[in-house]
Write a protein that binds this ligand. Structure first.
Ligand SMILES: Nc1ncnc2c1ncn2[C@@H]1O[C@H](COP(=O)(O)OP(=O)(O)OP(=O)(O)O)[C@@H](O)[C@H]1O
Length: 589
């Protein structure tokens, strides 16, 4: 089979995805250790690549989509329960390869309690001990699906509980709860690391470790080992040797580094999880991810270079779980040729990956407003339903003051403010503190201790505003965060969605306010269109939230709008009540 090299393709925004959309056949061999992450390493098959090379992607995809699963029952579940979406029936059929039928017992997905999900009783008891009894929608869908041996892509909005959606099925099969079920409790019988979870940042990695520890309890918490960057590597290696953990959670660089020294053995791994998969498959992590994908769950005897066997044969050893609130079609495409009936799991649906239309996962949803551009796929569905979205026009030099007024007007208790330039964070913190708001900065240039201390203070409520950059946009879980402010606008709708998702977690209410200059208003309108959500223009006169009526804004002439802004600027500068009143009347009128 021919190897395939990725050709980088840059997409708008700061994330550069591997060129999963454009690739070329490369018949010459390459160095697997240092070469690029390839579609082959992600499990692509030769036929698919050839078809794509022939620009026949549509035919190929259509052909695959038209295949029927012999044993697949039509979904008869209630509207509450998740549905298995039937494959689209379109166009010509080009059979590729017959796979085992997809069997998913959809009745399992309507579970209202963890005990209905057939988890081991000790695990259920442990969940109850930490106050977890009711699974979220994505958990009651993902858990039985993973337990049925599928490779999965989990896509669900931020804060919907995706972490436990993959941790719980892993804990059903690996670790103390699984062992006790099978009567095998002797730690010496542990076969080493059986699950590797990769996250793009140290903070997210540590958060996942804490979720693990919460469930494992103090007696078993050494079964999980963090391998995050920035922490002491020798200590991590020593802990691996001494504790023989079953689970490893870490960042790509550190996992790959320790794996390369031979001190992390992952051949027996049964689970590989890529949390925030779209970020992990970005260009930044290319080499480390290449190593992880090639080594985790691969036995040395499995001859990874034996191309005759093909990637599918080698891949059957491990189950691969890809997770994100935003899953671009590139990921769906890369994962769709894995060996274990890969499926896309969302809050209430399970869809065979090969039936996801090329336009992306969003075309399966009811929201028709999304553009089909690759970058926006999944963005609308990635937003928590309890969030309200606003934008406020503010001059650059007044943005921090607008933030202060916004915090007071919304009476926000726990605020994350995003900026694009790390150097400006300190200045914003200084200005906020000078105005009596407790604040601190968080970014990657800070030391490990400073980062964790700040985060701890923010989570404890000692800080009202956390001023940060893209570092905190993904995964950061602060339950009480009720306001996200974009002091600088995000680069695209995907980044908007991840930033926004720091508020309104797990069904809570929250607001997102983007501060933009007059010249940036068109970006907000574009985001509104791409995300398919209302983003209302607002302001904070007299310490209150004032929302502009959509019609008023539309009908307003540019002169009137310019006058309003001038009045606002003057009013704010002089604190003039009369001018503010005048402005209000123009807006109303
Ligand atoms: N079934 C549940 N019952 C109560 N709380 C839960 C449940 N599942 C998860 N949580 C809590 O909800 C919060 C959000 O979960 P999690 O961080 O897994 O969300 P997520 O979907 O991964 O978000 P993101 O996309 O932002 O990473 C966490 O604090 C978690 O402990």
């Amino acid at each position: 089979m021919a190897d395939v090299d990725l050709e980088e393709e840059l997409v708008p925004g700061s994330t550069q995805y591997f060129g999963l959309f454009r690739y070329k056949l490369n018949l010459s061999s390459y160095d697997r250790e240092s070469g690029p992450l390839t579609l082959t390493s992600l499990g692509f098959r030769g036929q698919e690549l050839e078809a794509t090379e022939n620009k026949d992607t549509t035919l190929e995809t259509t052909g695959k989509r038209n295949r029927t699963y012999k044993n697949e029952k039509p979904s008869s579940v209630s509207s509450e329960a998740p549905k298995i979406i039937p494959k689209a029936v379109t166009g010509a059929i080009k059979p590729v390869k017959v796979k085992a039928p997809l069997k998913i017992d959809s009745t399992l997905f309507s579970a209202k309690t963890f005990s209905e999900l057939n988890l081991p009783s000790m695990l259920i008891a442990r969940l109850e001990r930490v106050g977890l009894t009711v699974p979220t929608d994505v958990q009651s869908t993902a858990i039985p699906t993973i337990l049925q041996n599928h490779d999965v892509v989990i896509q669900s909005y931020t804060g919907s509980g995706k972490t436990l959606a993959y941790l719980l099925p892993i804990l059903c099969e690996v670790g103390p709860f699984a062992n006790k079920l099978s009567g095998e409790e002797d730690p010496d019988k542990r076969i080493g690391v059986e699950a590797v979870i990769v996250a793009p940042s140290r903070e997210l990695g540590m958060q996942i470790v804490r979720e693990f520890e919460k469930i494992l309890g103090p007696e078993d918490k050494k079964l999980v080992q963090q391998l995050v960057g920035g922490a002491n590597k020798s200590r991590q290696e020593e802990a691996l040797r001494k504790n023989k953990p079953s689970f490893v959670v870490g960042t790509p660089g550190r996992i790959a580094e320790i794996s390369a020294t031979g001190k992390l053995h992952t051949h027996n791994c049964r689970f590989l999880v890529l949390d925030e998969v779209d970020e992990l498959l970005s260009f930044n992590f290319r080499e480390d991810m290449h190593r992880i994908l090639e080594h985790v769950g691969r036995r040395p005897g499995a001859e990874p270079h034996n191309k005759a066997k093909g990637p599918l044969v080698r891949r059957t050893e491990r189950r691969t779980i890809l997770v994100s609130a935003t899953v671009p079609f590139s990921v769906i495409r890369a994962a769709s040729s894995w060996g274990r009936d890969p499926v896309l799991v969302r809050a209430k649906t399970v869809v065979p990956l090969e039936s996801v239309p090329a336009a992306g996962p969003d075309t399966l949803s009811k929201n028709p407003t999304n553009s089909s551009s690759t970058i926006t796929q999944g963005a609308a569905d990635s937003l928590p339903p309890g969030l309200k979205h606003y934008y406020c026009v503010s001059k650059l030099q007044h943005k921090v003051d607008s933030l202060r007024r916004c915090v007071h007007a919304l009476d926000a208790r726990s605020v994350i403010a995003f900026m694009n330039h790390t150097k400006r964070l300190k200045d914003a913190v200084f200005k906020l503190e000078a105005r009596g708001i407790t604040a601190a900065e968080l970014h990657g240039d800070l030391g490990k201790l400073a980062r964790s201390t700040t985060l701890k203070k923010f989570k404890n409520g000692e800080l009202r505003v956390l001023v940060t950059n893209e570092l905190s946009a993904r995964g950061l879980d602060v339950a009480q965060c009720d306001l996200v402010v974009n002091l600088d606008l995000p680069t695209d709708s995907i980044h908007y969605a991840h930033r926004a998702g720091r508020a309104g977690r797990l069904g809570r209410k929250g607001s997102v306010v983007s501060m933009c200059e007059e010249s940036e208003v068109f970006i907000m309108k574009k985001l509104h269109k791409q995300l398919g959500i209302p983003i209302q223009k607002c302001d904070f006169p007299e310490g209150k939230l004032s929302v502009f009526k959509e019609e008023t804004i539309k009908e307003m002439s540019s002169e009137a709008a310019a006058r309003i802004n001038l009045i606002l600027a003057l009013a704010l500068e002089k604190g003039n009540e009369k001018l503010l009143q005048e402005r209000k009347e123009i807006v109303k009128g």
